[in-house]
Design a protein around this ligand. Structure first.
Ligand code: SF4
Length: 131
């Protein structure tokens, strides 16, 4: 997650000591044996749902982006579990998130508030709160 997303999570934890405590306990408990996100509760709920990073917000939805291997080519993809039996090329363009646009907006907003900070942070309470 980038500096803006980290700031959002930091604000959430600082505003809720109970949530911060639960996050620490969840990391300690490690119900998914390190194979899933530190903030995924044992029951499958996201502990930080209201402040989750962009990648989480777009996960599972139909998305499109410019291809990395073929310059200029746009690919569209979906989570196959969410769209079984649907031909993805038949999805209306208005129902497909444009990741390039979303990432550009995120980069502009991040640059506005955190100019020069290219750092990435792991999803852990200690890293988010600079401990
Ligand atoms: S922060 Fe993202 S990856 Fe982690 S539990 Fe929440 S939605 Fe899932």
């Amino acid at each position: 997650m980038n500096a803006l997303e980290k700031a959002s999570l930091k604000e959430l934890f600082l505003s809720s000591p109970a949530l911060q405590e639960e996050a620490r306990a969840l990391e300690e408990e490690n119900p998914h044996q390190g194979k899933r996100c530190n903030f995924l509760r044992a029951n499958g709920e996201c502990l930080v749902y209201e402040a989750r990073p962009i990648v989480c917000r777009t996960h599972g939805a139909p998305v499109q982006a410019k291809g990395l291997d073929v310059e200029g080519e746009t690919w569209v993809d979906v989570c196959p579990l969410n769209f079984q039996g649907i031909e993805i090329s038949s999805l209306p363009p208005a129902h497909v998130l444009n990741l390039d646009t979303i990432n550009m907006i995120l980069a502009v907003l991040t640059n506005h508030g955190f100019r020069g900070d290219e750092s990435r942070t792991l999803l852990s309470v200690g890293a988010i709160l600079h401990e």
